[in-house]
Design a protein around this ligand. Structure first.
Ligand SMILES: [Fe+2]
Ligand SMILES: [Fe+2]
Length: 158
């Protein structure tokens, strides 16, 4: 498998772990631990997670998807489907951000909403990563080392 595919898979695992950790943090808070400090930490973590998620999606859309569609126009529709999933996941993370704007007392009452939305995000990420991993293996598994280097250089520009 090419280093490029390895890198993408690693990124997917990393993003998934991030939302798993965030979910764990809220499960630990079920017993009434939500205060201003907790909330500040959770907001900061979510912000960081969204930043990494957006960076990953931008890299895929601007470099990987664009190049795949240009080389293999037949993949255009499938790439559009993957891109729509990015939009769905982004919308969910924004909804989560809105919930986390609540004050600690309000948020304590909405913990189950947080679990629901994080569970939706994790489910969507898991399915999306599975589809993309298979897709990128199919498209990129036989890349020449010089092409891998080219892709890595392009990704580093984003
Ligand atoms: Fe993606
Ligand atoms: Fe991805």
């Amino acid at each position: 498998m090419s280093h490029l595919v390895d890198l993408i898979k690693h990124e997917h695992d990393h993003l998934m772990h991030f939302f798993t950790d965030l979910d764990k943090r809220f499960y630990e808070a079920d017993s009434g631990q939500i205060d201003a400090t907790f909330l500040e930490l959770a907001r900061g973590e979510l912000e960081l997670g969204i930043e990494e998620l957006l960076h990953h999606f931008d890299q895929e859309e601007a470099v990987l998807f664009a190049e795949v569609v240009s080389r293999f126009p037949v993949e255009k529709e499938y790439v559009a489907k993957l891109t729509r999933m990015h939009e769905f996941i982004c919308d969910q993370t924004q909804d989560l951000q809105i919930i986390l704007e609540s004050n600690p007392v309000e948020l304590q009452k909405k913990v189950s909403d947080v679990h629901d939305i994080v569970s939706t995000i994790r489910g969507a990420l898991r399915t999306h990563a599975k589809h993309e991993n298979a897709f990128f293996v199919r498209i990129f598994e036989d890349l020449e080392p010089t092409e891998v280097d080219w892709f890595l250089a392009e990704l580093a520009k984003i």
